[in-house]
Design a protein around this ligand. Sequence first.
Ligand code: ZN
Length: 657
Amino acid sequence: MIDAEAGLPDPPAADGPGLFGEAPAPPAAPKAPYRVLARTYRPTRFDDLIGQDATVRILRRAFAVGRVAHAFMLTGVRGVGKTTTARIIARALNCIGPDGQGGPTPDPCGVCPNCSAILADRHPDVLEMDAASRTGIDDVREIIEATRFRPMQARMKVFIVDEVHMLSRNAFNALLKTLEEPPSQVTFIFATTELRRVPVTVLSRCQRFDLRRVGQAELAAHFARIAEKEAAAIDPDALALIARAADGSVRDGLSLLDQAIAQGSAEGDAVIRAERVADMLGLADRGLVFDLLDAVVAGQPAAALAITDQAHARGADLGVMLADLLELLHTVSRLKAIPALRTGSELPEAERVRGAALADRLSVPVLGRAWQMLLKGVAEVDAAPDRREAAEMVLIRLCHVADLPTPGELVRQIGAQGPQAVVQPTHAATPAPIPTPVAAAPAGGGMTVRQPVQTGGALRAPESEPEPEPVVGAPEAPASVPAPPPPSLRSWREVVAFVATRREATLHGHLRHCAHLVRFAPPVIELRLEPQAPRDLSQRLAAILTDATGTRWTIALGRAAGEPTLAEQAGALDADRSREAEAHPLVQAILAAFPGARLGTVSDASLDEYGLPPEPAVAGSASPEPLLPEPESPDMEFAPDDSEPVGLHDLDEPRAG
Ligand SMILES: [Zn+2]
């Protein structure tokens, strides 16, 4: 087979097994056989290796000073150039230079018989083996046998073993002996994607090189050079997409570039555009992902869903789109953290410009929170029966949370201005309902956030009805006031509280936990006691009250059920409050934003020492108060657009930009 194109090396006589895996071009093609880019542009010199500067520097130096190891271990993800590097080493060891007089060199000439035979994969002394298909001890014995013979025409026999981690244990053991005392004219070059599966005994006898994943910018630049040589017009954004999809692998990227060039540009367009490549890759194109992030941070679920509809119609997987969004958030966060990226060339221009705008707009905590939610969301999508639905739910959630103040911000605001400042909407004079502070405790920080939660269905007041000071129930109001000389004992709770002031802690405890009020008609109190209540409870209580008031009190014990004990009432109220707090959109948003967060103790400063709301100043009322307004409807998972403003910002107010 003769290569029609001048300047290119001959096509290989036989492909090394498992090396690059591409199918050879059909030989019957009318013109020169097409060769895939990965083969055409395979590096032939150390300096051509993309993105492996450290490895190249060390190898060059080793050849320059004549201290070349007898065994190498090349490791790295697929497609970074492990076997390519191995072949360059084989040439460097065996090059004799154009004049036939040269020795081992960091810059193999590429034209001497050894160089060209190795380039063409047909040198008798350079043997490649794919351990993935030949894992047994017999295969290794073959190699070991071969090491006993001198090289036929080269200085050095080179054994390249790809995917060496696949060798069996026995095969490794057999190899080890040879590695311990390698014949002077033999070099082993091992390559592996899974270094951990290579025995340490083998590893310790090799010089190891970690070929690193090639960065996107390097890949994109490399692909741009190749596209130019191929006379293919490809938009830089399209190349960036390919570089991103290649995920560090030169070979994977080149095969995508192959596909893109083969597919060509859209009709009526001279250039292959990003949208075209995105379609090919099944990706939403980058601009669309930016649009999506814009919509999300602006808190516009309708806009976000319109974008996903568009992407879905074009065949993009919404789960992949969420992953793209996650990656974009990372880029924006990097732009925020490293301002130099805005002017550098690591990122494509579109990412630099639009990404920087977003980075300026978003705080680090907001970025972090969105990242956490998305991370969780991507996993949810993978687990969901319908990926599209799941992805949309994640986006809706994200839209509603993106603009909420962070717990840290809330703490600062509350610290600076008091709780009312946070519950107060910014634009309208709205009568504030009774604030019920709650505490949300993110699992990680252990931070407690006191955040007023609006209870009850307070409606937004018309603008025409300005209320000067909307303080209805100040949290600091009902502190325990020292009882006046004749104690006011207008309710059962006041009676119990009074007992506490008389240093009767035990009696006080029993009254709270064991006494059900049946009737309160001073100076007569009728109670039903739990069995564990002390027998003298009624006498002691009567004595204390009589002593304090100068009036004779009667404590009657009855069998009527009566009220729950004070302790029971407080417990029920506490549970209600937790439920209510948990149902509140803001709390839900916080819980959603901090995966693993849970609601801590819900405290209410307006409650008295029994954890009960202040009693109306009506004596003799024994019926329990309606404890709290109805909690919000439980099916309200997200703050609806017409829900009450919950913070400094209005979620339903689209921001400009
Ligand atoms: Zn040479």
